[in-house]
Write a protein of this length. Structure first.
Length: 249
């Protein structure tokens, strides 16, 4: 019973971060499960997805309530992300677990460096409209979905900085659209991992409960923070994840 409660509390902490950064909590849950519970990479990714899927659903609804999400843009990202996440997940379950973990570390380091560089680059004028025509979102959805399918991060962590830096979306708008991308791609990735036995359900269920209890608080905090502060926290978050997983390797 104590283990169940502790896992719920862990899920609550991860869910708060997922709501804050618009990524469902999976990016930090994966290294946390590897470091704290010794799960191999595929098992950590599949288990984290059980928490991520309901978190993404709730966070997407909360973001839409507070900052209306353009349905056309969201569907473009979601459909292309879903198709390529399916391909990525099928590939991921057949890969060597240690190779997957190393690839995840490299991905986090590169993304963390990119996010830190953005803090010191010339600010992009963010607006309520996208700088590029909406069909380009299909390409972003494909790349993000493939990455999410392989690494079980839902693609939001890739799409969020691209939407803000390249498309000129505000941070909150980018995170909302990224959640729309992440929902179908994380769902199909979870099903693929579960079919291949890469989910620890006894651990995953209390994590999911804790995440659902706390993610709305994270979304509320995201809307209260200044734009630059939110981006700075996101960069720090990525660096911490990279260090955690590198330590595990």
């Amino acid at each position: 019973m104590l283990d169940f409660v502790l896992n719920v509390l862990l899920g609550a902490a991860l869910g708060s971060l997922g709501g804050l950064f618009g990524i469902g909590g999976g990016l930090i849950a994966i290294p946390a499960l590897g470091v704290l519970f010794g799960l191999d990479q595929q098992l950590a990714q599949g288990t984290a997805l059980v928490m991520v899927v309901p978190n993404v659903m709730l966070a997407l609804w909360r973001y839409h309530q507070r900052n209306h999400i353009n349905v056309r843009n969201a569907l473009t990202l979601a459909v292309s992300g879903f198709l390529f996440a399916l391909l990525g997940a099928r590939w991921a379950v057949s890969l060597d677990a240690e190779l997957m973990r190393i690839a995840f570390v490299v991905f986090l380091v590169l993304l963390a460096l990119y996010t830190v560089l953005r803090l010191y680059s010339k600010p992009v004028m963010a607006t309520g409209d996208l700088r590029h025509p909406w069909p380009w979102l299909a390409l972003l959805g494909a790349v993000s979905g493939l990455t999410g399918g392989v690494l079980a991060v839902g693609g939001a962590v890739v799409a969020t900085p691209v939407l803000s830096m390249v498309f000129g979306a505000t941070q909150v708008m980018a995170q909302g659209l990224s959640l729309a991308l992440a929902l179908p791609s994380t769902l199909v990735t979870l099903v693929t991992y579960a079919v291949h036995g890469h989910v620890d359900w006894a651990l995953a269920i209390p994590l999911a409960i804790g995440g659902l209890l706390s993610i709305s608080w994270g979304v509320k905090l995201a809307h209260a923070l200044p734009e630059r502060g939110l981006r700075g926290l996101f960069a720090l978050f990525l660096l911490v994840c990279a260090v955690l997983l590198a330590f595990k390797v």
